[in-house]
Design a protein around this ligand. Sequence first.
Ligand code: IFM
Length: 457
Amino acid sequence: MKRFPEGFVWGSATSSYQIEGAAHEDGRGESIWDRFAKTPGTIADNSNGNVACDHYHQFATNIDLMASLGMKAYRFSIAWPRILPTGRRAHVETRGLDFYDRLVDRLLEAKIIPFVTLYHWDLPQALEDAGGWPSRDTALAFVDFADVVSRRLGDRVKHWITHNEPWCISVLGHANGHHAPGRSSFPLALATAHHLNLSHGLAVPVLRQNAPGAEVGITLNLLHCDPASPSEADHLACRELDGTFNRWYLDPIFGRGYPEDIVRLHRQDGHLPPEGELPFVKPGDMDIAAREIDFLGVNYYSRAIVRSAKVPESDNLAPTVFAAEDATDMGWEIHPEGLLKILRRVHSEYSAPRIYVTENGAAFDTGPGADGRIRDTRRRDFLRGHLEACQTACDEGIPLRGYFLWSLLDNYEWAHGYAKRFGVVWVDYETQQRIPKESARWYREVIRANALPERDA
Ligand code: IFM
């Protein structure tokens, strides 16, 4: 059995709106997801995060569960409206801070390392009403939020992630309206992406100041892209998707500014003015966005097989497709090689100093059998494939320091509601009963051995 490097961090990840519930307790303000979920037609099952996994009340049970599964670390996010109900520091809700304080203390008692994500999508609605992420002012409000939270937790939390998945916040939230706040304008999405980068860079020194000795980073969702055929058109389309999805977010963080080819593309498509400076970038911004980080968080779920829409069918040679059985319940292709390729790339092209896989996992709706056991072998196989990719990356000398599976619990999968189950622990939403699935037991063995069991085990 080949072992992972000594000290490899094994954990699981969640986010505030997806699990906490208690939406109206202890002074929590309204978030954009509370508002969005009330808007007819936005959420597949018309549900919301009002109760979710009731983590706000059951966090101790959930920590016991993590401990029983041998987990060494836990990545969670802070609900901004719990701390600053109107988004601004004029009103700090201490009961919100007290909650995360208790959570962190309990984790540390259980010898589980807290990894805190500051922004995992639940913007205070008051900030949205004042312009939201397309407004530069929200970047400044974020720095205040980062300051308030890290002053309180920085003595104990030594791993900080500014933002989770800026592509989703920008594109799903502002370009195609699939996520809160449900806006549909590419120019607004580009301004959002920039203000996320800016706010990230502004927060880095604040976090370092308030949490001495901490590691600070950002989490990007990265997509490995392959052309659907060897045709030139598909290669170009592939390069463009890689640019809009990956490079637009990686390049500014690593000091390269926004990629020229994609700036050109956005100018052609009318998302940016035909020439001149980018309207949202002020002098000095790109240096701020590129402030040195200690690690890059990589969220990886699938790859894209890219086919050009701009040329007649006949120009594209036989496309690569994937079989239905190779997809998760999200319809995403299961492609562990893509994770390895992404890890190699952020190491060799961007020299990420350290890397954590901050999310990786699969939605499968396998529930309890007659004997109560949940035999989610497809999730186990998914995890094994991706962990093999991680192991290869470590063997190649890529500085991959840890892995957080998404997710600890079945939870609120945003616009999909509760129908998509990503947890290694089953949640009965009626009773709030939790049942560890077979994949959770398998993961426990991986952690215990710091190695993958033999394939036929
Ligand atoms: O549930 C989400 C999470 O909030 C962000 N990353 C992807 C997960 C699965 O879609």
